[in-house]
Design a protein around this ligand. Sequence first.
Ligand code: GDP
Length: 302
Amino acid sequence: QKFKDGLSKTRDSFSERVNDLVSRYRKVDEEFFEELEEILIGADVGVSTVMDLIDELKDEVKRKNIQDPQEVQAVISEKLIDIYESGEEQLAGLNMQQDSLTVVLFVGVNGVGKTTTIGKIAHKFKSEGKNVLMAAGDTFRAGAIEQLEVWGERVGVDVIKQSAGSDPAAVMYDAIQSAKARKADILLCDTAGRLQNKVNLMKELEKVKRVIEREVPGAPHEVLLVLDATTGQNALSQAKIFSEATNVTGIVLTKLDGTAKGGIVLAIRNELNLPVKFVGLGEKMDDLQPFDTEQYIYGLFA
Ligand code: GDP
């Protein structure tokens, strides 16, 4: 239900426009497809994804000899699901280690909701009875450490930190030693997100990752890129930059509740072949949901 409510803005605008389109046309022709294309691009599905989709729709319409625009709607959802699921096999949840420490690194630009997401995920695992620890690896942004601590108190999870301005790699080292000593199940690591100095930021991420790799064989088990759905195609370019610099394993898409352009999920999937693992649907600790493709796509038309 939460998932459904969170998508209401996207659903309302998208389904309204598609319904309007379908009711105005008597038959499925070139003009119909052109309008549909505009609607999809307007929902941030992404130009190349839309092109693929329209081509496939046209094929299907021809193959099944569909004349009635009403019937196209069902084909659209089928094709959207195909697009989403056509990537390589991906784990729906996180790659959790059974009997040893799981390390999850969070990357992303300032303001996208990284700290909030870490807090929400800490809450989720804590509620499942896991021993959770957080690492305050954003030593650069003023207030970042305190903000993570506020979340720590809120959800009852400790934060390993050093003073502002200290070396994030040293924070990670400390955090890993603490996690081992406390036999933690999962360590959630914050990182800095100042994109203004891209080269330094990427170097810093590299260094942090090297420490994690050295201290915990096989880690980081997930590198989650946090993206803000309301930034639309900007999120896509951020994703490209981060994927080039580090081995991103999945996306957390935040603020999906605040946008009518939830189609960005499909663009991310089709253009970057990265799975959306979780979506943020509000500011509170429970406002995080695992991403469910079918629910999402059928939800667009519900
Ligand atoms: P950071 O700089 O990436 O760590 O971003 P923050 O975690 O500080 O979040 C920035 C703002 O976005 C805060 O006001 C959060 O409450 C808000 N925020 C984060 N996630 C969501 C979400 O899923 N939905 C909404 N509506 N707001 C969110």
